[in-house]
Design a protein around this ligand. Structure first.
Ligand code: PMP
Length: 367
């Protein structure tokens, strides 16, 4: 791969990838960054309401939260066996995707490379930042990276490559060897989105983060941890990249409530594993049951908490039929390589049974 920043990994120069205006930013320093919150201090530094909030039973909400979320990062560090200094937390991974564009890409000059069909925000966020998106579709049926085409498309403007594994909406793992090869060769930033990694047999690449100074791994508490409402996304990367993210993020990007509840939730690993086990066995049940329905042409293999399902004709009609039955799934039929496909999240056993019954009924009407 040819790229202007032609250095090998051993002398990787991160600053050369950072946008010039970002290099010049003097970050906003909030009082709580400078002063570790000691319980007995008198806090007259941040124009908070010292008398408290109307939620008198939950008084600490009158205070700003820890801007660097130290305690929560410690817990995530224990969980993932990654140093807290290599962890950044965002208001969902979506905030982190936005920050990555802000730090590394120059509007109207640089471009990002994505591999459709994939998660939509890589493109939306890029366009918001005025960054051109180069699309190299995954291979047909197997949904793997097309290495030859990628090699040909990378040029001096290529700044960021987004890889999603397990991929949304196809559900499959991207071959590890190919992810590592691209990361080794590419001189820009590789973002590996592992939002669904806990549902996969494949191990996270996060344990190898020290090998790849240009790699940012995204994870989230929204999926396997069941905390989508809290909005907590995780980036794992070199300390230098994490420091840049800390410099340009909004000062208090994760609310006190989200930090506190996430800390509590992470203590309950037994329930996490119990839910995970249920999701995996329901995924198997759904795949087997859906595959037997005549109207269903294919249920793709999934390493995530959803299934990509191809129907024989007009997935849109099935989508609408299910809507009438008060079941909401995602119609992906307009997306490249997903003709007549629905993406269906694994539900509870009762929900899945009801879904399967309804699709069977629909199939009888149509066949
Ligand atoms: N990455 C992928 C691949 C996703 O599918 C999603 C959400 N559907 C996200 C990131 C966003 O996650 P978060 O809730 O952490 O913003």
């Amino acid at each position: 791969m040819n790229n202007s920043n032609n250095k090998d990994c051993s002398n990787f120069d991160l600053d050369s990838l950072i946008r010039e205006n970002i290099l010049k930013v003097d970050p906003y320093i909030s009082a709580r960054t400078e002063h570790d919150k000691e319980k007995n201090s008198i806090f007259l530094d941040a124009n908070e309401n010292s008398f408290g909030s109307p939620l008198s039973f939950l008084n600490s909400y009158n205070r700003y939260p820890d801007p660097l979320q130290k305690e929560l990062k410690e817990r995530i560090s224990d969980l993932k066996n990654i140093s807290p200094s290599k962890i950044f937390l965002g208001n969902g991974s979506d905030e982190i995707i936005d920050l990555i564009y802000r730090i590394f890409s120059r509007p109207e000059i640089d471009h990002a490379i994505i591999f459709p069909p994939t998660y939509g925000m890589y493109e939306v966020s890029g366009k918001i930042h005025g960054v051109d998106i180069i699309k190299i579709s995954l291979t047909k049926e197997e949904y793997q990276l097309n290495l030859e085409k990628i090699e040909k498309s990378v040029n001096q403007q290529s700044k960021i490559i987004f890889i999603c594994s397990p991929n949304n909406p196809t559900g499959n793992d991207i071959k590890r060897k190919n992810i590592e090869n691209i990361t080794k060769k590419f001189k820009g930033i590789v973002v590996l989105d592992e939002a669904y990694i806990d549902f996969s047999d494949q191990k996270s690449l996060s344990i190898e983060i020290n090998k790849y100074p240009n790699l940012i791994i995204l994870q989230t508490l929204s999926k396997s941890w069941g905390l989508a409402g809290l909005r907590i996304g995780i980036a794992i990367a070199s300390e230098s990249i994490i420091q840049w993210m800390n410099k340009i993020k909004h000062p208090y990007n994760i609310s006190l409530h989200s930090q506190e509840i996430a800390i509590k939730a992470l203590e309950n690993r037994d329930l996490f594993f119990y839910h995970l086990k249920n999701i995996l066995s329901e995924r198997k049940y759904m795949k087997e049951s859906l595959s037997k329905i005549p109207i269903i042409r294919k249920v793709y293999p999934s390493s995530a908490n959803f299934l990509l399902v191809k129907v024989n004709f007009y997935s849109k009609n099935l989508y609408q039929y299910l809507m009438e039955k008060k079941i909401v799934v995602r119609d992906r039929s307009k997306i490249i390589l997903c003709n007549n496909c629905l993406r269906i999240t694994v539900g509870t056993h009762e929900e899945n049974e009801y879904l399967i019954d309804q699709i069977k009924k629909y199939s009888k009407i149509k066949m």
